[in-house]
Design a binder for this molecule. Structure first.
Ligand code: ATP
Ligand code: ATP
Ligand code: MG
Ligand code: MG
Ligand code: MG
Ligand code: MG
Length: 258
């Protein structure tokens, strides 16, 4: 122990390690619910997809975009959300731990506050938590590859889970359902759904198959009395369930990544 008056702040701070994100790169902060397998069971989420739970996640993502102007796009599925910060963002001087912790704690507290809006008849039984990480992507092409990877994951998981839960709901044990699906390809899973359960995979709701994208609508032309009253920059944050692997999505909305 030493005399407190003699502690040199620079010496103490020298143990903090720099965690600045690479300048002028796209920063993706991905948050993911901790142990949501259990959380979804305790709160009796509908399987495979509880729509209210997804709507709550989406509502929190909208709140995050409204709070952090530097976030230009977000993509969510299941208990995860990826937030994309603009290349030029100087949020928290690009310190990774500050950015991640601020986003993840804002998202989590919003989730708790808005829980009862989406589950008015369900008590929140314990405090949910999310983890987060930041990754830098140097070009828009690689950023779009990242987002495509998440949407492919959404599709694969949703198709598997839809089959799995149909088998379980029809009387199979979880192990039997798992064994039954082992090694099956996309086509076989679609056939199983349509032949055994009369479900056309492609007619399931888009929010389940595509996940959710959140972004700002900008420069919407507003009309008054049938006349165009001029361009008005709108900052409305919207939720969308498009295919974002398709380049058209980005070509039709060039303002998102520019
Ligand atoms: P970890 O803490 O490692 O992330 P986890 O239990 O959260 O573990 P994940 O791989 O993140 O595992 O998967 C999230 C799980 O949460 C899903 O497998 C599913 O069981 C459940 N879940 C999340 N959202 C929903 C939803 N909207 N409807 C039904 N179940 C959901
Ligand atoms: P930043 O986002 O940079 O942390 P900040 O406003 O949170 O900005 P801090 O340096 O963290 O600034 O200081 C926290 C401030 O919160 C204090 O200056 C004080 O005004 C207020 N505060 C925190 N806890 C208390 C408390 N228990 N009682 C009264 N004021 C408090
Ligand atoms: Mg996790
Ligand atoms: Mg999780
Ligand atoms: Mg997850
Ligand atoms: Mg503070």
């Amino acid at each position: 122990a030493q005399d407190i008056g003699k502690i040199d702040p620079d010496y103490v701070k020298s143990f903090q390690f720099e965690n600045r994100l690479v300048p002028l790169t796209w920063v993706v902060v991905r948050i993911d619910g901790c142990h949501f397998h259990r959380f979804s069971e305790v709160h009796e989420f509908e399987k495979p997809n509880d729509e209210q739970a997804l709507k709550l996640m989406n509502s929190c993502a909208v709140a995050v975009l409204e709070e952090f102007q530097d976030i230009v796009f977000a993509y969510g599925v299941s208990d995860e959300y990826s937030f994309v910060l603009s290349k030029e963002s100087e949020l928290y001087k690009r310190q990774s731990s500050k950015i991640v912790s601020a986003i993840v704690s804002f998202f989590t507290s919003t989730y708790v506050i808005r829980w009862e809006d989406f589950f008015p008849h369900k008590e929140l039984k314990y405090p949910p938590s999310f983890d987060g990480r930041a990754v830098c992507y140097p070009t828009s092409e690689i950023l779009l590859d990242y987002l495509a990877w998440r949407q492919v994951d959404c599709h694969i998981n949703n198709q598997y889970n839809t089959c799995f839960w149909m088998l379980v709901k029809s009387g199979k044990s979880k192990t039997q359902a798992q064994d039954y699906l082992k090694g099956t390809q996309t086509r076989e899973k679609n056939e199983l759904l349509s032949q055994q359960f009369g479900i056309e995979y492609n007619s399931l709701p888009l929010v389940f198959r595509m996940g959710s994208s959140v972004f700002r609508l900008k420069e919407r032309v507003t009309e008054e009395n049938g006349e165009v009253s001029g361009k008005q920059v709108e900052e409305e944050v919207v939720i969308d369930h498009s295919n974002i692997i398709d380049q058209c999505f980005w070509q039709q909305r060039p303002h998102i990544l520019s």
